[in-house]
Ligand binder design. Sequence first.
Ligand code: SF4
Length: 147
Amino acid sequence: MSDEKNIYAVSACLLGENCKYNGSNNKNDKVIEFLRGKEYITICPEMSGGLPCPRDPSEIVITGGIRKVMSKTGADVTENFRLGAEYELNRAMKKGCTHAILKSRSPSCGIGRVYDGTFSGTVTDGHGISAEMFINSGIECVTEEDL
Ligand code: SF4
C-alpha cells in the first residue's frame, strides 16, 4: 500500500463527507494521513445509486439463496445499490485505481464482514455490494481497519 504509483478509490464518508445514511460521516484520521500526497478519488455508491441523504439504513438480506438489500423500513433498494456500485466501479476503472480503502461492515463498502440484515449491529461473513464488484475487478481492497 506504500507504492506512490498506486491510485486509490476511497469511501467518501471516511474522509469526512456527510454521505452516511444518517447525514453524518465516518471521518478517519488514519485514512486521511495515509492518503497524504497520494492520488485518489472518493466514492459513495449509495448516493451514486440515487439514494438520498439522510436515508433509512439498509442491510443485505439473503432469503432462499437470493441476496437483496433492504432498508430498515422494508424498501427493496437492491437496484440502487447495484447501480451505484457499477457507476463507482466504472469511475474507478477509468481513473486507473489499483487499490481501494472502503468503510468496514457497510452493505455497500464492507469487506469480508457486513451487517447481517437484522439491524441489530450483528455482523456476518460477506462483502458489501460495491466491495464485491471492486474485488472481482482486481482492485486490491482493504477497510480503514486494515491500515
Ligand atoms: S456507501 Fe460507502 S461511502 Fe457511502 S456512506 Fe456508505 S460506507 Fe460510506
